[in-house]
Design a protein around this ligand. Structure first.
Ligand SMILES: CC(C)(COP(=O)(O)OP(=O)(O)OC[C@H]1O[C@@H](n2cnc3c(N)ncnc32)[C@H](O)[C@@H]1OP(=O)(O)O)[C@@H](O)C(=O)NCCC(=O)NCCS
Length: 159
């Protein structure tokens, strides 16, 4: 599959917000914090016909870069890998010491994906999704694969 990865521009903002809203609200919750991901820096994977096929939003605070959201709208075609590479490059360029992110215990594809991309588990925040759900009631009790959403898994890569 042919695509390029670009920095998100003003013309991408409405689409980004739509994609964030597909997850149930204008914001995501990470480590007990509402983050309005559509306002963050972002990378977009785009096909030659301009169709957007992937989105990664990230936030740099101090010397840490958090990947706040990552979506490959066509799975298993290298889009997630390409977007993560760009996030790593952006974090290094900004002088970050650590790239990190949160996923949840149900997300088997992501847990495999991040470990295969060189990230390691830094922490498991047991039961943290219950608090996230208070901030974002649209978070389901059970994922589509039948696993109850319960724990936040923090992945990291030291840069
Ligand atoms: C997790 C996610 C971002 C990965 O992106 P992707 O573009 O599908 O990933 P890539 O194509 O770059 O790499 C896919 C890997 O899965 C493997 N793969 C292929 N078919 C697979 C399958 N049926 N099941 C699981 N893995 C598979 C590929 O071989 C590759 O692994 P490897 O190179 O380590 O062997 C993507 O699946 C996604 O968007 N998921 C839904 C949203 C989500 O959960 N985001 C993460 C939130 S924290």
């Amino acid at each position: 599959m042919d695509f390029i990865v670009k920095d998100a521009g003003d013309g991408d903002r409405a689409w980004i917000l739509e994609k964030i809203r597909d997850w149930g609200a204008d914001f995501v919750v990470t480590r007990g914090r509402r983050v309005y991901a559509a306002e963050l820096s972002a990378f977009i994977a785009q096909e030659a016909n301009s169709k957007r096929v992937g989105l990664l939003t990230y936030e740099i605070i101090g010397d840490q870069c958090e990947v706040v959201t990552l979506d490959a709208f066509v799975q298993f075609s290298g889009i997630g890998t390409a977007l993560m590479k760009e996030a790593e490059r952006a974090a290094r360029d900004a002088g970050c010491r650590r790239l990190w992110l949160i996923t949840t215990n149900d997300n088997i594809d992501a847990i495999r994906f991040y470990q295969r991309r060189g990230m390691t588990i830094a922490a498991i925040h047991i039961g943290a999704v219950a608090y996230s759900r208070k901030l974002k009631p649209s978070i389901p009790e059970v994922a589509a694969n039948g696993i109850p959403l319960r724990d936040e898994i923090e992945f990291e890569m030291m840069l």
